[in-house]
Design a protein around this ligand. Structure first.
Ligand code: IMP
Length: 178
């Protein structure tokens, strides 16, 4: 275990097992629909995307977007697109891939953006969900794990850009936040 981690809350084995289950849920949902384009939000969703797609037996494609909140307009929740999709998504079913849904603003705003770009449908799959922190009315359609209101790192999630590479989700030692 990394020296800065106080406690592992979700192990790699749990993530792998849950990703397999989520992949089957996704397959069942799209059974009678056009297979989705997965849109993964950089950078946090990369490890989860990589784990999830291994187990999805549909002819999916994936693309990436990078967004950041507009500074000073947090209450509005607009997002600025730092890296846009490579392709047109007109008429496509989109499965948005996130590391965590926290306040919900990011997925809410990105969903709006994807509909503005002509998406037929937008569903959300997230490795983690912190429902107690929600500030807007959004719900992930497929959730790996619900977690309490604690700051977590690993499996894509960072603290000042660090710890994304950890193969598990954990809590940092208290002194790291000081
Ligand atoms: P939201 O727009 O508040 O739902 O924020 C989602 C984003 O906040 C995620 O994609 C993460 O980048 C970040 N975030 C929220 N909670 C955590 C956490 O516990 N650890 C690391 N990043 C987090």
């Amino acid at each position: 275990m990394h020296k800065d981690i106080k406690r592992v809350i979700i192990s790699y084995e749990q993530i792998e097992q849950r990703s397999k289950e989520l992949a089957k849920e996704v397959e069942a949902y799209y059974e009678d629909k056009d297979a989705p384009l997965l849109v993964a939000l950089l950078k946090g969703s990369i490890p989860f995307l990589a784990e999830l797609i291994k187990h999805i037996e549909l002819d999916i494609e994936y693309d990436f977007m990078d967004v950041s909140s507009y500074e000073g307009t947090e209450s509005i929740g607009d997002v600025r697109i730092l890296k846009d999709l490579d392709q047109s998504i007109k008429g496509l079913n989109i499965l948005l891939v996130e590391d965590i849904v926290d306040t919900g603003r990011t997925v809410q705003e990105v969903t709006k953006t994807l509909f503005n770009k002509g998406a037929n449908e937008v569903k959300i799959v997230s490795l983690l969900d912190k429902p107690s922190r929600r500030l807007v009315d959004v719900k992930a359609d497929f959730v790996g794990f619900e977690i309490p209101n604690e700051f977590v790192v690993g499996f894509g999630l960072d603290f000042n850009e660090k710890y994304r590479q950890l193969g598990y989700v954990g809590i940092l030692k208290d002194e790291l936040y000081e």
